[in-house]
Design a protein around this ligand. Structure first.
Ligand code: CAA
Length: 420
């Protein structure tokens, strides 16, 4: 779909993404347990919006519309209707049009698309945010909540940890078809944690991951699903994190830039968009992400570019094998060949096409509704040299995001160009 009015990202903010393994996360073995609590969803959302206002110098009165990505508020925090929660983050937003978008783990991507549609329809300044809190229950109960992103009636019974099991199924099929080694899949986790270790906002900023640990299951890195057939195909280090966090960014038209006294040099333009959705009721080829492929093809077509143009990417690494399949979906590698990019270090921060420089869903964390928004802000920050210790040495000109809901069901892909 062509972008009928130019749209620009001009900044934003993330809260730290926290959960088990993060030094500030309060749980029973933390010295502050019983003395203080982890931030609630509304506090996270307000912190991200306040951070956005500080980052962009926004006068909040100028915001035309607000969109929020959130997946499972009703289950984890007993709260739906979160468009109104976003409005509640600042008195100046009272009465403005706002809505929550839900598309499982692509909820943030859908909020971005709603923001782009609003710009196309005439809005000048749109606030797009995402939030999720998931640490209010155990990972096992959370596995049931997150399973709402699958075809629950048909797929819930695959395992208590439904999504890890669905992607163990993909890992098995992918390894059997292409002969990919477990240790090569483990390289995704090694890169994710190494990048996260440089990122102060990352869930796994203080946890290291050696190649030896990620390459095969062991006492400290267990295979944890009960499904006997799939059990060997997923271990702790292959999984994205159960994180709490929020991200918020500002999307503006060319007129919006003027209202904010900014120029294109302060911004990154969204030049391509792809949105593809597959039926919840069928499974496709387990060895590739067909919906992600379609979404990226649509994004390339609308930007008039091909994969060679991409200089940085944020892809949906909900599990290690997913990142490899994402490389193949966006055309960086032929089917079954993603391992070579990892062996060569091509997707490292200092490689030829850095992917998930802040740690991705595995290292940075995966507060589900925030992820699709976070990805866009991460590309913006790389373009503007704002990524601190994980900054690429050359500022990228063109970047791409791939945000996926469910098992390759709802996919949003955006392409951005650095403004100058
Ligand atoms: N030895 C043996 N078994 C062990 C063990 C050990 N040392 N440590 C843990 N286990 C087993 C236990 O069975 C345990 O469960 P119970 O305690 O309930 O019996 C299970 O492993 C999990 O252990 P924890 O609860 O201690 O694990 P954790 O809290 O550290 O969580 C994780 C680890 C289960 C991998 C969790 O991070 C997780 O579930 N990650 C995936 C999250 C996810 O699926 N997100 C959605 C991604 S899909 C997507 O993005 C698309 C979409 O639309 C949904």
């Amino acid at each position: 779909m062509p972008l009928t009015r130019r749209a620009f990202v001009v900044g934003g903010a993330h809260t730290p993404f926290i959960g088990k393994g993060h030094p500030d996360f309060i749980w029973k073995r933390h010295p502050d347990f019983g003395k203080r609590e982890n931030p609630k969803y509304d506090q996270l959302l307000k912190a991200a919006v306040d951070g956005l206002i500080a980052d962009t110098g926004l006068n909040p009165e100028l915001v035309d519309r607000l969109y929020l990505g959130n997946f499972t508020g009703e289950l984890f925090v007993h709260q739906g209707h979160m468009g109104a929660a976003l409005v509640g983050t600042n008195a100046a937003f009272k009465g403005k049009p706002a809505a929550r978008l839900e598309g499982a783990c692509a909820s943030g991507g859908l909020a971005m698309l709603a923001g782009l549609d609003a710009i196309a329809a005439g809005a000048d300044i749109v606030l797009v945010a995402g939030v999720e809190v998931q640490t209010t229950v155990s990972a096992r109960i959370g596995g049931d909540y997150l399973a709402r992103a699958s075809d629950y009636a048909r797929q819930r019974s695959i395992d208590d940890f439904t999504f890890p099991a669905l992607f163990a199924r993909r890992t098995k099929a992918y390894r059997e078809r292409f002969g990919v080694l477990e240790e090569d899949i483990g390289r995704v986790a090694v890169k994710a944690y190494a990048n996260a270790n440089k990122n102060p906002n990352a869930h796994m900023k203080a946890v290291s991951m050696s190649f030896e640990k990620a390459a095969k299951a062991g006492e400290r890195n267990v295979c944890f699903i009960a499904n006997e057939e799939l059990h060997p195909y997923i271990k702790m280090s292959d999984c994205s994190q159960v994180s709490d966090g929020a991200s918020a960014l500002l999307l503006v038209s060319a007129e919006g830039l003027k209202k904010l006294h900014k120029t294109e040099a302060d911004a990154a333009e969204v030049i391509g968009r792809g949105h593809a959705v597959d039926s919840l009721f069928e499974d496709g080829d387990l060895t590739q992400l067909n919906t992600a492929t379609l979404a990226s093809q649509k994004a390339y077509a609308s930007a008039g570019l091909s994969s060679e143009a991409i200089e940085v990417a944020e892809v949906h690494d909900c599990f290690t094998v997913t990142e490899m399949m994402m490389y193949e979906a966006m055309g960086l590698a032929a089917p079954g060949q993603a391992f070579q990019l990892l062996r060569d270090g091509a997707t490292n921060i200092d490689g030829s096409i850095p992917v998930n420089t802040g740690g991705g869903l595995i290292g940075f964390g995966h507060p589900v509704g925030a992820t699709g928004v976070k990805q866009v802000l991460e590309i913006f920050r790389q373009m503007k040299g704002l990524s601190g210790d994980y900054q690429m040495s050359t500022l990228p000109n063109v970047g791409m995001t791939l945000n996926m809901g469910g098992d390759d069901k709802t996919v949003v892909s955006l392409i951005m160009r650095n403004g100058s």
